[in-house]
Design a protein around this ligand. Structure first.
Ligand code: ACO
Length: 324
């Protein structure tokens, strides 16, 4: 018998406040035209004062649990991906756990910045495959607005806040690509590129929270290469070709990176779930936000093959293939 992690519910939450590119142009020397042309971003959501990553995560989790027809107390595991935790410790996941009424099992955070959701999904999937948990809640939640330098036009226009979540349940599979559930996950990192995308603060190095620093052009260059490689690795591992993929649900950093990746695969844009225009880059939250968007709009359907991929600070990158 082989165990698979079936995605049984998706949920998302975006803070109420929307900040348009025109509003950004009042803060820094930029234009709507520049932002749209370079990134595809038209607006972003920004958390209210006092609204924390855990608040966003709980809202998304409650929606995912409702979609799965489950209660928090039935969960065995919570894995929460974030680079913007409420506190240095404890893990934001434990705060979410308490608010969902779950008092057993385990809850912890995973840190891989924009690749965080893929990392968290891989961790949870492995717990379920090994039989160490029967169900898991995987969350990507961020309040990136809190670590942006709002005077640095090269970074502050690119990010937004939000949260997305999926509920996984262990189910028996045959071990072939026709199974429903997560078929494979593939993780990579290369810490040599640390200084191309990082936060210049932290409890151990500076005692401050710090701000996002990025060599945008370099990140772009690495992203296109690394994402193409990990996608090919994922397809080969499952003996599939790009033509078998129903939907690409990529990390939403930049429309040009997404379309470049899809072009390399030979995937037309009507097979990509694109939310970067409305959400901007929400780091670990972007893939589960896009998944929920695709499900709610009726585009993503049961039985379809979905390829998720991401790259982020570290560098970290990875992909996951799932049949819904
Ligand atoms: N408005 C107007 N002009 C700007 C802005 C802005 N918001 N930001 C930068 N510029 C200027 C620069 O100062 C520069 O001016 P100069 O030529 O006079 O020096 C000019 O625009 C070009 O800057 P570049 O950085 O070379 O522009 P580029 O075409 O590379 O686009 C961008 C920048 C959008 C950041 C792009 O490099 C990118 O998307 N990189 C990937 C970064 C990314 O997605 N990071 C997210 C995290 S990692 C991930 O998720 C994959």
């Amino acid at each position: 018998m082989l165990l698979r992690s079936l995605i049984v519910g998706c949920g998302a939450y975006l803070p109420e406040r929307v900040v348009t590119n025109d509003e950004m142009a009042k803060l820094v020397d930029t234009t709507d035209e520049w932002i749209v042309e370079r990134s595809g971003i038209r607006q972003r959501h920004v958390a209210a004062e006092g609204e924390c990553t855990s608040d966003l995560a709980v809202a998304a989790a409650e929606r995912a649990l409702a979609a799965a027809g489950m209660r928090g107390e039935e969960l065995d595991l919570i894995v929460l991906a974030t680079a913007t935790p409420d506190h240095t410790f404890p893990a934001t996941a434990t705060k979410v756990q308490a608010r969902l009424g779950m008092t057993r099992g385990a809850a912890f955070d995973v840190q891989a910045v924009c690749s965080g959701f893929i990392y968290a999904l891989a961790v949870a999937d492995n717990f379920l495959r090994l039989g160490q948990a029967r169900s898991a809640l995987v969350i990507g939640a961020e309040t990136f607005s809190r670590i942006l330098d709002w005077q640095d036009r090269a970074t502050c226009v690119l990010f937004g806040d939000g949260a997305g979540a999926v509920v996984l349940r262990a189910t028996e599979g045959t071990g072939t690509a026709s199974d429903r559930g997560i078929l494979s996950t593939h993780l990579h990192s290369d810490g040599r590129h640390y200084n191309l995308l990082y936060v210049d603060g932290g409890p151990s190095s500076s005692g401050t929270t710090g701000h996002v620093r990025m060599e945008g052009r370099e990140v772009f260059r690495h992203a296109v290469v690394n994402l193409a490689e990990v996608i090919n690795e994922t397809l080969a591992a499952n003996d599939l070709t790009a033509g078998d993929i129903d939907w690409l649900v990529p990390h939403q950093a930049n429309r040009r990176i997404i379309e470049g990746t899809a072009r390399k695969l030979g995937l037309t844009t009507d097979r990509i779930v694109m939310t970067v225009d409305r959400h901007a880059n929400t780091s670990a939250a972007s893939i589960p936000l896009a998944l929920a968007d695709g499900v709610e709009s009726g585009r993503l359907k049961q039985g379809q093959l979905v390829l998720m991929e991401a790259m982020g600070g570290g560098f970290t990158w990875g992909a996951a293939l799932a049949r819904l």
